[in-house]
Design a protein. Structure first.
Length: 733
């Protein structure tokens, strides 16, 4: 996508806006990654967003446009809460700070939510060089174990999650915080003989590690002799933290120890102070960020006061956090001015009366809601206007499919996987990227349309990222007063209403969630969640009526702990089950045949990325020499039947029979018709078996099934009857 940068860079209006003294640029949000990348060609950039979700999205888009893009995520916890941030969050922050110390010909771009920008961290963070591991390196096994312990890794018997390590003889297993898989380190004496990744599920190694591995800490607050001495010295002054301080004095890490940072550390820093000289700070929608800053400070204070209320009932008293709380908006700008950092803003809207605003001729693409004709007409209009026209998809398969659609519409197409050069005019350049939406600029002569502009659904290829929590999407307009909701940090509460509040001079909408009262007989405590941070809230989907949690009581953390323990037990049972299954003999199906590809090409719809990846995974499982056991989950209309159709076709290609079990007789009719229509033109016999069949029809179908004449049988639980015999059953769907 860097070819589009060349087009934008040649536009005088855009260059004038980027080089002017205007503090605000008004343009479509889809163009922000491109404008930031153009800025980064001249100087380092710190991009500040209002939420973690928007920071992740912008960083992902920027990686297609700039070579040095780093994320600096925020803690999931408040500074005074006795909870520790996740190890992958900590490691990502430390990795970014180390990357900023490296010299390069390209300027760095750091993307951070405002919560991370205003939070002060330990000044010595990421000032020591990282340990690295590689094959042939000489390092004592005991020294490595001591170093991992110092970096807050947890020693276990079996490595199952990030931040754990295990030692067995001359082998060390370690799951680094940012790694997709744990690593097995095989020593020969004091020399690393082998480095290989392994699967958590079966603990078997697979691919070898290429190059060096950097060991990132699991905590920002690491214990040393000075910290332990200070903890020992002050532990009697804070009875509420006596147990925690006592463990720190003994050199033992504990969950929530970060809440003691202001008592044990004197010097603090911010991400702004770690940026290189001449850095420009770009705020994405500065008014929303300013309001979010005020919200964070107010929320922090409200929870601190709630902690004191709980302390009156016998809970632990909160600790002083003045030195580690958030910077106010004015304090943040004062610090940036003292550091000599320039500031700017990218906003979607602006006022003509604002003399600091520069309006660009960059407009968003109107949503097409799956209308292929509207898409083709838009692209044709761009070609006729002699503009550079680019269409972006997520993967190669989707690019090929859209290319066929455009050619059928008599539109000239040119395939370009990366689009590193400026797109020529006269044809549609189909490329692959992770960009969310496109934009149109008549002045610059560029029309960029993405897959999401057509479908409206977000697609992503962030396979390299660690899996994030999958949540129930919440729409505040669909919530009713009294509905149970779950907040990521505070647990189960009851939705009250959607209201407007004015904070810091900005009026916004808030979700009001009520929790159990801190004192008996008093009204429940309430929190106000801004509508732009709804990713922290999900709808409660449990079967029974839940118990409402108390804010700051620790009930939610205990509930999550019990759930984690239950999940580990289930995971252990699954590991044993799958270990037994992989040791059982099975039938390895052949690779795809030309007929298989013809069947898939005849699919009249465009597959979603999830659907394509699931199809490939199912076919890979079928080609392995042990039984497959896979569950496909998805909403109605999202393509589960097509996955079954392709898997069944693959099985029939190897002479196997397929049984498709459905719950109702109506679905027997529907699926029999669907399978038969998809297999038309291929020598495959499909039959349906249900109570709608006459006795004669059922008898004939059963005879043909036993003889092998029926390839695919669709039926209800009738297929489980003893009189149903298969000649060679290969797949049950």
């Amino acid at each position: 996508m860097r070819g589009i940068l060349s087009v934008l860079h040649s536009d005088t209006e855009i260059l004038a806006a980027l080089e002017s003294d205007s503090s605000k640029i008004i343009a479509a949000p889809a163009s922000y990654p491109f404008l930031i990348a153009l800025k980064a060609q001249q100087r380092p950039v710190l991009v500040v967003t209002s939420s973690s979700r928007s920071a992740e999205d912008i960083a992902e888009s920027l990686r297609d446009l700039h070579s040095r893009v780093y994320e600096f995520p925020a803690w999931e916890t408040l500074p005074h809460e006795r909870l520790s941030p996740r190890s992958d969050t900590v490691a990502q922050r430390i990795a970014t700070l180390h990357a900023l110390q490296e010299s390069s010909s390209h300027h760095p771009v750091v993307v951070a939510p405002i919560r991370a920008v205003i939070h002060r961290f330990i000044a010595t963070l990421a000032t020591q060089p990282l340990w690295t591991l590689e094959i042939g390196q000489e390092i004592g096994l005991t020294d490595l174990v001591s170093h991992l312990t110092h970096l807050a890794f947890t020693r276990t018997d079996l490595v199952e999650k990030r931040g754990e390590f295990a030692v067995r003889g001359g082998i060390v297993d370690v799951f680094l915080p940012l790694a997709a898989h744990p690593v097995r380190i095989d020593f020969f004496g004091d020399e690393i003989e082998e480095l290989r990744y392994f699967d958590v599920s079966d603990q078997r190694t697979h691919e070898a590690v290429v190059g060096k591995l950097a060991i990132l800490p699991c905590r920002e607050f690491l214990l040393d002799a000075d910290i332990c001495q200070r903890a020992e010295k002050i532990k009697e002054q804070y009875p509420s933290a006596l147990e925690m301080l006592g463990k720190l004095a003994d050199g033992i890490t504990v969950d929530g120890m970060e809440s003691l940072i202001p008592l044990l550390v004197d010097d603090f820093s911010t991400i702004a102070s770690r940026m290189p000289g001449q850095t420009e700070v770009i705020f994405i929608d500065d008014e929303r960020i300013r309001s979010r800053t005020a919200d964070l400070i107010e929320t922090n204070q409200e929870f601190l006061e709630a902690s004191w209320s709980h302390a009156a009932l016998g809970a632990n008293a909160p600790l002083p956090v003045e030195k580690s709380t958030y910077l106010a908006w004015d304090q943040l700008h004062e610090e940036m001015n003292s550091l000599g950092l320039s500031t700017a803003a990218l906003n979607p809207f602006g006022s003509d009366l604002d003399t600091n605003a520069h309006f660009l001729d960059i407009a968003a693409i109107d949503p097409m809601r799956g209308n292929i004709e509207a898409l083709c007409e838009l692209l044709r209009t761009g070609l006729e206007a002699h503009e550079s026209v680019v269409f972006s998809t997520v993967g190669h398969g989707m690019a090929e499919r859209y290319a066929g659609i455009f050619r059928d519409a008599d539109l000239p197409v040119q395939m370009s996987q990366a689009l590193s050069a400026a797109p020529t005019k006269g044809s549609i350049h189909i490329t692959q990227s992770t960009l969310g939406f496109g934009f149109h600029s008549e002045h610059a002569g560029i029309l960029l349309v993405t897959e999401r502009d057509l479908s409206g659904s977000k697609t992503t290829t962030k396979d390299a990222r660690m899996p994030s929590k999958r949540k129930q999407a919440i729409d505040p307009l669909e919530l009713r007063s009294g509905d149970f909701v779950v907040h990521e940090q505070h647990g189960i509460g009851r939705y009250v209403e959607l209201i407007q509040r004015t904070v810091g001079g900005v009026t916004r909408e808030y979700l009001v969630i009520e929790y159990a009262p801190a004192k008996r007989g008093q009204p429940g405590d309430r929190i106000f969640v801004p509508t732009d941070t709804l990713e922290q809230v999900s709808k409660y989907i449990g079967g029974e009526t839940p118990t409402i949690h108390r804010i700051g009581s620790g009930e939610w953390q205990k509930a999550k702990g019990r759930a984690r323990k239950a999940v580990r037990q289930i995971a252990g049972e699954l590991i044993r089950l799958y270990a037994a299954r992989t040791s059982s003999p099975g039938f390895a199906f052949s690779p795809d045949t030309p007929w298989q590809r013809e069947l898939e090409d005849a699919f009249s719809y465009i597959e979603t990325p999830d659907q394509l990846s699931t199809i490939e995974e199912v076919k890979r499982d079928m080609e392995r020499p042990y039984p497959m056991d896979r569950i496909i989950c998805g909403d109605v209309g999202y393509g589960k039947t097509e996955i079954a159709i392709r898997a069944a076709f693959k099985a029939v290609q190897d002479g196997k029979q397929v049984a498709v079990l459905v719950p109702t007789t109506l679905l027997v009719q529907q699926h029999s018709k669907t399978f038969a229509e998809r297999y038309s033109g291929f020598p495959i016999r499909v039959a349906g078996l249900s109570r709608f069949n006459t006795a004669k029809e059922s008898k004939e179908i059963l005879q043909e099934l036993a003889a092998g004449s029926v390839d695919v049988i669709v039926g209800t639980h009738r297929l489980l009857s003893q009189d149903v015999q298969f000649k060679d059953l290969g797949l049950v769907s």
